[in-house]
Structure formats: C-alpha cells, structure tokens
Write a protein that binds this ligand. Structure first.
Ligand code: BTN
Length: 250
C-alpha cells in the first residue's frame, strides 16, 4: 500500500476490489480518501454481478461522509454527475448522460459504471463510491461488452494521467456532497433530468424475476426511476433498464 503525498490517495498494487478493501477499512478512511488500484482481481458490479476490467480502466473507490438518510442510489446518480463534469472538462463538446441508476454514457455507449455502498464507520455515515471508468482499455474485442462501451481515449484522444483524473473526480464528488449537505439531494434533480439518458425511451425494467414496461419519465426525490404506462406513473427503486427494441410504445 502506498499513501500519496497529497494524503488522500491510497494506491494498492493489486486488490480483489477497491470497494471491498474500503468496506474493510472504512473506520480508518477519512472523508475524501480514495483507494485506487491498477489491477482489480475480483471487481464487483451492481446487483452482485462480477465486474471485470482490463488494464487501462480506472478502478477506484472514494470515501465520502454523507448526510444522514441519503441512500446509495441517490449517491450513484450524484456520482454520475461528477463523472460527467470531469469528462466535459476535458472535452466541452461532449454531452455525458446518466443512465439510471449507475452508468455514465457518452454517444450512447457506456463510459463508466458506479457501485455505491453504505459503510458502518464509527459515528459517521459513509458512502463508498466505486467507479470503473474506461480510460484507454486494452479491450478483448471478442467480448461483446466492449462494443457497447466507449473509452475516454475515443473521446479526448490523449487522456490525462490516472492521478489527474482521480483528482478531478474527487473534486466533483466532494462538491456534490457539499451541495447535497447544504441544499438537499433534490436540488440535483434539475441537472440529472437534463442528462437523463433514458428519458422518453420505451424500456423494460428487469428485477429478479419481475419486469415492468413503460416510458422513462425521469427520477423522483429518492432517486427512483419513474415509468409511465397507460397514463399512470410508477416509481422503481431497483432493476436493470433495457431499451425496448420494438416499434410499439407501452
Ligand atoms: C457496474 O457497472 O455494475 C458498476 C461497476 C463498478 C466497478 C467499480 S471498479 C472500482 C470499484 N470496485 C469494485 O469492485 N467495483 C467498483
């Protein structure tokens, strides 16, 4: 383990998962700390899925003391905004979008995924914000996932160093946390709605063995996805949203 001179960056040569490492060390990790590794061997994604990443993907977990009552889903969306800001700083012509509940998309392809987990640290409400961001990945082109993904190198040509990116992500995450603490999470809703990649699309939301169909019409104040079907709007707190590839609307 190497602690950076800046004091907030903990670099691990390798580890199973930066989120798991941060969960195990949450008591000792200060607000604003970042656990980063170049080689994650058992990365975790949303919904208990394994999450594999080749070299060239930024894999890091940021530690943020959060306002009481804030849920991981709300912070996933806030983290999506932080990623969008960091990317747009590098290339202002890019429009980064947020795909509920935890992805950042550019040009209709996935640039980054977020796994937020609450941790029980002594006397503090801590959110661990795991980010996997495709910087300049060595893709295995036979992997179908690589064709639905995009890398920062495709967007900006020569991406900045991982350390510079980590500093920018951290800055925007702490800024989001400050805004939420001062004004409440719902004050992010306007920004989120502007960047909502699902908005207006016909989707099928799949969760365990259940599914729900509808047109995505935004998020509510708890960060739930709103789906409209036959004039009725319902809110969903979990699931994977897939675009319906039929001409008909629900
Ligand atoms: C997803 O797309 O389902 C979320 C992927 C989150 C991956 C990141 S990589 C850093 C951190 N450590 C993990 O094990 N997962 C997150």
């Amino acid at each position: 383990m190497v602690a950076d001179s800046a004091g907030w960056l903990i670099e691990l040569a390798t580890c199973p998962s930066t989120n798991t490492w941060a969960l195990e060390h949450a008591d000792a990790l200060a607000h604003g700390a970042c656990v980063w590794t170049q080689q994650q061997t058992q990365g975790r994604g949303r919904g208990g899925n394994a999450w594999k990443s080749p070299a060239g993907v930024l894999t890091a977990t940021f530690v943020v003391d959060v306002a009481r009552g804030l849920n991981a889903q709300q912070f996933s969306l806030a983290a999506g905004l932080a990623i969008a800001h960091a990317v747009e700083d590098l290339e202002p012509k890019v429009e980064a979008r947020i795909k509920w509940p935890n992805d950042c998309y550019v040009n209709d392809r996935k640039l980054a995924g977020v796994l937020c987990e609450s941790a029980a640290a002594k006397g503090r409400d801590v959110m661990l914000i795991g980010i996997g961001l495709n910087v300049a990945p060595e893709w295995d082109r036979s992997d179908p996932l690589s064709t639905s993904a995009i890398a920062l190198a495709d967007i900006v040509g020569k991406p900045p160093s991982m350390r510079a990116l980590l500093a920018s992500l951290r800055r925007y995450l702490l800024e989001a946390d400050g805004l939420i603490t001062a004004n409440g999470w719902r004050h992010l809703l306007d920004q989120l709605r502007e960047r909502d990649w699902l908005a207006g699309k016909s989707i099928r939301l799949e969760s365990n063995k259940k599914s729900a169909d509808g047109i995505a019409v935004g998020f509510d104040e708890q960060g739930r996805l709103l789906l409209e079907n036959q004039g009725k709007v319902a809110a969903y707190s979990s699931g994977t949203a897939r675009i319906a590839h039929t001409a008909s609307r629900f």
